[in-house]
Design a protein around this ligand. Structure first.
Ligand code: TXA
Ligand code: MG
Length: 343
């Protein structure tokens, strides 16, 4: 009968979409599904409402928010200059998992942009997000709907676990199709630069604009010039509480069995390495397809973390473009993991 489900999680009926839009107009917080991850939404032109996002997440104020738009026609309301390359990318990828950083219009609140002269914009490819955006008919500021530094939610139940009563309504759009956050491309300066990798790759962008964007962190000779403009660039991000280690497929099974033989409780996330048939291990085989892997990644990390194992071993992804966004998230998860460890 669904009696166990909190009333905060609702089906995306027309009535509930209208109710969500009304809540946003009243300055409240609404969680919405997108094709990437669930977002924690507020009216992007309401500075007080957007400030509420930071409180709900426990997020530092210098981390700007992405503004979600109903359609590309809204771009000029938010960006004061739209380069040709932006228009070509919008035509190719919107609605979709690409966020563009552009020079902002004057009245975009500082709390949304982190006081910067730029704003992050995207049109999400999810029918529920689009229905809400069309009903609201303006920009919705929405970071991922998790507590700061934790694993992003890809189901309505994850949002409830993360934020509970801190969010006024959660629209349930089912599991997110892409599963990891959007590609962030900075077009506000001379050279396009990917600040955060995602499902839309540097190679895909190059095919549209005729040049390959730089990728932050890709070349070692690239010092951080600014304060953290992208929260995903912080070391401790997307982090499970269980200590997480990345291991090549050639070492994964042997190391897992070795630790289990020492009496350690070992959880494993593999994609190519075969299960060694040791039932002391909690072994998840995510499969070799990167799209499927990304789709399930955060749900797997959440479930494996909930086991309370001594360690979580993850098979290192292949060093090819189709896996680069996954490799980025796993790398950050490894660095930030195990915070609650006493060692
Ligand atoms: O897929 C996504 O992008 C999801 C869904 C909900 O749309 N949102 C998301 O938001 O991942 P969040 O806040 O977790 O990450 C947004 C990132 C942050 O790292 C933030 O620093 C960066 O976007 N960002 C936003 N505005 C920016 C700006 N003007 N300049 C540089 N980075 C910006
Ligand atoms: Mg996030």
């Amino acid at each position: 009968s669904g009696a166990a489900q909190p009333a905060r999680i609702v089906a995306p009926t027309p009535e509930n979409i209208a109710r969500a839009a009304a809540l946003l107009r009243a300055g409240k917080l609404v969680a919405l599904p997108t094709e990437t991850v669930y977002g924690l939404g507020a009216d992007a032109l309401d500075a007080a409402a957007a400030t509420g996002i930071f409180h709900a997440k426990g997020r530092p104020a210098d981390h700007p928010l992405i503004v979600h738009l109903p359609s590309a026609e809204h771009l000029s309301r938010w960006a004061r200059r739209i380069p040709k390359e932006a228009l070509a990318l919008v035509r190719a990828f919107w609605p979709g998992p690409l966020t563009l950083i552009l020079p902002r219009e004057d009245d975009v609140p500082d709390v949304v942009t982190g006081g910067q002269d730029t704003v992050g914009l995207r049109v999400p490819a999810h029918p529920v997000a689009l229905a809400l955006l069309q009903a609201f008919d303006s920009g919705i500021a929405a970071p991922s709907a998790n507590r700061f530094g934790r694993i992003s939610p890809t189901t309505a139940a994850h949002v409830e676990q993360e934020l509970g009563a801190r969010v006024d309504l959660i629209l349930d759009g089912g599991p997110c199709q892409v599963g990891i956050e959007s590609t962030i491309l900075d077009l506000s300066r001379d050279e396009p630069e990917i600040l955060r990798p995602g499902a839309i790759t540097a190679e895909g962008i190059a095919r549209v604009i005729g040049r390959r964007p730089r990728v932050r962190g890709e070349s070692a000779a690239q010092p951080e010039q600014h304060a953290p403009r992208v929260s995903g660039a912080l070391a401790a991000h997307y982090a499970p509480a269980t200590a997480l280690r990345l291991l090549p497929g050639s070492e994964l099974a042997a190391e897992a069995v070795r630790l289990a033989a020492q009496g350690r409780h070992v959880a494993v996330l593999a994609h190519a390495c075969p299960y060694p048939g040791d039932d002391r291990l909690q072994w998840v085989a995510a499969g070799p397809d990167p799209g499927r892997y990304a789709h399930d990644l955060y749900a797997h990390l959440r479930a494996l973390d909930a086991l309370g194992a001594d360690c979580l071993l993850v098979e290192a992804p292949p060093a090819v473009p189709a896996w680069s966004a996954i490799a980025d998230r796993l790398g950050r998860a490894a660095v930030g993991s195990g915070e609650s460890d006493e060692t």
